[in-house]
Design a protein around this ligand. Structure first.
Ligand code: GLA
Ligand code: ZN
Length: 673
């Protein structure tokens, strides 16, 4: 089903069931929402106990009335299924719906997200309530989309889940336990299985030394969660609901392989809660921009920012306020990177419970004469003026391979560093390099097709699955530019190391092979300097820490070398021409500034055109395109004014007309194609 909106959606989670005794508050909320230019609310995320107060007795009249009223006032609804938290009666009558933890203890009733995805009873009860909601709202013109459950995550180790796990493995390994033993290297420590019946999920009290078991368990959890989500979607469809479906993903969450879930959703959405650093806001902005790009890349289509906060959250270690202008920047960052919405958790702050002190559009004070309400209204005005951006896409020439399954394997494996391999941080540094080059980038796993891009960046891809290496070889041979880093191509999909040279299958493409990897203790580092007359014209020296590889060149030429320790003079950055393309290899964990010189130099040399030239450190640039024009978003996150050269002939939609960017501000320009 296609998700489409002709305007940018502005709204967020709204919980009117917490205020049923306050008719005045409902009226006031609608008035305030209109004043803030809000055109959407997300309802019912945790309303099961109100929708089905006792088993089989439903009451949706309160919800219907609110959906109607909001719609009459120009506010559409994204309606949630309530499976993220269950009513007390359900857990009491059917204890099997409660989750069992990895030590094999069943949880008590409480909190949310505390349910088994396998339990037939839970699935049946969820089916019934979802079906009822679908029957009630399937024809309602105010329903924009369905929001399935909430922030899927976590695992359950109950007997039902164990049984399904064994079935999953049985299918995958063709019912042949020797296949599995071989792929998991189970002769190690005499852990061979005699039958699938003996397999148990990983546990700190039992098996937790088989990396392949850990990996398959994570794959199974993704599979089972996806299956549960599909079950919910099927209930809605069976109930006659034909609106698009989504579910809200999370930041930096590696508990699920989102690519698996994404296949079954009509539109991707996610919840973005940056920690704002003040002077260094660019760090957080860039991290979240990275994830906006991840989310957009899941379908290569606009996504929705499902949740964010108007001000601080209440669950971070410290609840830092954001300085003026940052709310606008954060909201427009989502739009810049492909979102067709800006939504908040929450519209009105509740009076009790864990989230009463979380930021909201409407505070406990309730007035509009506050900084936050003012900024929220301003964002609403800006979004209303940017309707033409809705639906526009991204035509990135660059792709970063960032792979959840790789992360699982990399971080689970013992050695070479058990105090953090820094995968996410490395990807983020590469991303900053791409952004310094003034480029857009897609970000996706190794399973996706990258053949149409000009530049692919492959940070620390420890696990190569399927025909990845062959596809990379073909890509470079035909003229593609590859950047690969240390610790790539080491293991296969069940974490068995490859034999022969690594990066597996790419030693000819890269003109080198791996020899050894040194892991540096915290606070120790090496330095890297360019060789004179290197082909990229690199001039900076940088520090490297965490991991330093020793590489044996075999055709590749050296661009930079290590300065210190007994491997001073060994290559640290190499390049190799292969077919019509070129492959670069980075041997060590370099600081961000290295990537901010290296990637722009590559882009320049290979004529990949920037959106704007010379992007300053505190500035993020991204673009969206439609058939007739490109929208370029230029955001200054710094505390000082910055200056850029705007594209010739552009029309300014917001912000600066002369390229002078005030602190914490966004400029948007349109360029005709
Ligand atoms: C998550 C949840 C919301 C709420 C917010 C608070 O994103 O989905 O229900 O708890 O966090 O930041
Ligand atoms: Zn279970």
């Amino acid at each position: 089903m296609r998700f489409k909106t002709d305007h940018l959606i502005y709204g967020g989670d709204y919980n009117p069931e917490q205020w049923e005794d306050r008719e005045d508050i409902l009226e006031e909320d609608i008035r305030l929402m209109k004043e803030a230019h809000i055109n959407e609310v997300t309802l019912g995320v945790f309303s099961w106990a109100r929708e089905e107060p006792t088993e089989g007795e439903y009451d949706l009249s309160w919800l219907r009335r609110r959906v109607d009223l909001l719609y009459e006032n120009g506010i559409e609804t994204i309606l949630a299924t309530p499976s993220g938290a269950r009513p007390r009666w359900l857990a009491e009558k059917y204890p099997e719906v409660l989750r069992v933890d990895e030590t094999r203890h069943r949880n008590l009733f409480g909190r949310r997200h505390n349910h088994c995805y396998t339990s037939p009873v839970y699935r049946e009860k969820v089916w019934e309530i979802d079906h009822k909601l679908a029957e009630e709202f399937r024809h309602h013109p105010g329903i924009k989309a369905w929001h399935i459950s909430n922030e899927f995550g976590g695992d359950c180790h109950c007997p039902l889940c164990q049984k399904d796990f064994r079935n999953y493995l049985w299918e995958k390994y063709d019912g042949d336990i020797d296949n599995l033993n071989h792929a998991w290297w189970n002769t190690f420590w005499s852990h061979t299985y005699d039958s699938f019946e003996q397999i148990e999920s990983p546990s700190p009290r039992g098996e937790n030394s088989v990396n392949a078991l850990d990996l398959e368990w994570k794959r199974f959890v993704s599979h089972q969660t996806t299956d549960f989500m599909k079950h919910e979607i099927a209930a809605l469809r069976d109930g006659g609901a034909m609106q698009p479906v989504t579910t809200n993903f999370m930041y930096d969450f590696d508990g699920l392989d989102y690519e698996e879930l994404a296949k079954h959703l009509d539109v991707i959405s996610w919840d973005s809660y940056p920690f704002w650093y003040g002077k260094e806001d660019i760090i957080s902005a860039s991290e979240h921009a990275f994830y906006h790009d991840v989310m957009r890349s899941l379908k290569k289509k606009p996504f929705l920012l499902m949740e964010s906060s108007t001000t601080s959250t209440n669950w971070m270690p410290v609840s830092r306020l954001r300085r003026p202008g940052i709310l606008e920047n954060a909201s427009l960052s989502a739009v810049a990177h492909g979102s067709d919405s800006v939504q908040y958790f929450q519209i009105r702050a509740g009076r009790g419970g864990e989230e009463k002190l979380h930021g909201a559009v409407i505070s406990h004070y309730g007035g509009t004469d506050t900084r936050i309400f003012g900024e929220t209204r301003r964002v609403g005005e800006i979004l209303e003026g940017l309707s033409e951006v809705a639906g526009s896409l991204c035509d990135a020439k660059c792709a970063i391979i960032y792979d959840t399954q790789n992360r699982w394997a990399l971080e689970d494996s013992y050695g070479p560093r058990n105090t953090g391999m820094g995968y996410h941080d490395l990807a983020r540094k590469c991303y900053r390099g791409v952004k310094a080059a003034g480029l857009d980038t897609d970000i996706f796993s190794q399973d996706q097709d990258f053949s149409g891009y000009k530049l692919i960046i492959v940070p620390m891809l420890y696990m190569f699955r399927g025909d990845f290496a062959e596809r990379v070889e073909k890509f470079v041979k035909k003229g593609g530019i590859l950047v690969m880093t240390y610790w790539s191509g080491v293991v296969d999909e069940t974490d068995l190391t490859y034999l022969g040279g690594t990066p597996h299958g790419l030693t000819d493409v890269l003109g080198l092979r791996f020899e050894e990897i040194d892991s540096l203790p915290d606070a120790e580092y090496n330095h890297i300097s360019p060789v004179s007359d290197n082909s990229l014209g690199l001039t900076g020296s940088y520090f490297a820490d965490k991991l330093c590889e020793l590489i044996k060149p075999n055709g590749a030429s050296t661009l930079m070398t290590y300065d210190e320790d007994w491997y001073a003079g060994y290559p640290a950055v190499l390049e190799h021409e292969y077919g019509k393309g070129r492959a670069y290899y980075v041997c060590a964990d370099m600081e961000e500034e290295f990537y901010r010189e290296f990637i722009p130099a590559i882009a320049k040399r290979h004529r990949i055109k920037p959106l704007i030239a010379d992007v300053p450190y505190y500035v993020d640039v991204a673009s969206r395109v439609n058939d007739s024009c490109r929208y370029i978003f230029i955001q200054n996150y710094g505390v000082l004014e910055e200056k850029v050269k705007l594209p010739a002939g552009c029309e300014v939609l917001l912000g600066s007309a002369d390229g002078v960017l005030p602190p914490a501000s966004t400029t948007i320009v349109r360029v005709d194609l």
